[in-house]
Design a protein around this ligand. Sequence first.
Ligand SMILES: Cc1cc2nc3c(=O)[nH]c(=O)nc-3n(C[C@H](O)[C@H](O)[C@H](O)COP(=O)(O)OP(=O)(O)OC[C@H]3O[C@@H](n4cnc5c(N)ncnc54)[C@H](O)[C@@H]3O)c2cc1C
Length: 318
Amino acid sequence: MKNRRIAVIGAGVAGLSCSQKLGKAGHDVTVFEKSRGLGGRVATRRTPDGLFFDHGAPFISNPNYAPELETRLTGDELVNVWQARPENAAYVGVPAMNTWLKPLAENLTVQLQSRITEITATEDQWRLTVTRDDGTNSFENFDQIISTVPAPQAMELFGALPGFTGVFDKVEMTPCWTLMVAFAERLDIPLDFQEAPGPDVAKLMRNSAKPGREPLPDCWVLQATEKWSISHLEEDKEAAHQLLLSILQDIAGFPLPTPVYKTAHRWRYALTKNAYGVPFLPHPDGSIYLGGDWLLGDSIAHAWRSGSAIADALIQTD
Ligand SMILES: Cc1cc2nc3c(=O)[nH]c(=O)nc-3n(C[C@H](O)[C@H](O)[C@H](O)COP(=O)(O)OP(=O)(O)OC[C@H]3O[C@@H](n4cnc5c(N)ncnc54)[C@H](O)[C@@H]3O)c2cc1C
């Protein structure tokens, strides 16, 4: 098993939890990630002026669902506890949500800005078409494929393969429009974290109140509800951030000063609404495994558990 070449698609939580475990067990793993950095939906926007916004997962929910993850977080100097409200304490990465994930990629071969666009069978392997950000394509052969991309993207790559037809009908992922906005001075909003503070808002967070962040400028992240995000899904970024800013204005209840930074991000596949219900899905011949949060649920801990379970399954066959 150890002389087999393994490709992991996606360098989010599931891809990294899986790859680091396989790497430690001595496997030859190559990780392909379409974006410029690690973490996937555990994401932080860094502006040219040095502002930080955790515009993906704002914190790590229920880490005890994945005991290995919880053990890792305890005592990790790249995470800290954010006591957002007396009744809400949660782990966050410091100084950005995705910092604690970077050490997982040490000693791994990770190809960034490398999107897998096609998977075809050769006589005894799988051939991946890797499309780089500069538009060039290359082809690489692997014995084992592990996919950790969101369900709709996995469907594009694997939906036509025998063994995976019909799988994706059972899964639903929902979008989330997210506003990132900063003000030079602190806004007079007493709570740093609010759930459903208005009809169109799922969460409102003062990012600069998290541990390890600069208190000023006053950086905020607003996540729209599923309903609002679906009904504005094809809005352009400019229109979306203007609309979300007026929603923040209503919540604040006073005229907002001119922001020093504002933008919006559309997560087309943000959260799992209906999960598949098992940690991973193997191809009948075992040469492909599908994983990711959507197999189990809607959080970092679900993603971790899925990725880690795939690694365990492969290590067992060593
Ligand atoms: C707005 C928002 C709020 C959230 N709130 C919370 C929360 O409060 N608590 C919590 O625990 N979780 C939260 N989550 C969910 C959490 O972020 C996810 O469950 C988790 O990060 C999913 O990890 P993953 O590895 O399964 O998938 P992803 O993080 O999506 O990783 C998949 C990776 O695959 C890459 N990829 C996709 N297609 C290709 C391709 N063809 N080739 C190469 N690479 C590809 C992507 O770029 C991505 O990096 C939130 C997410 C969002 C977006």
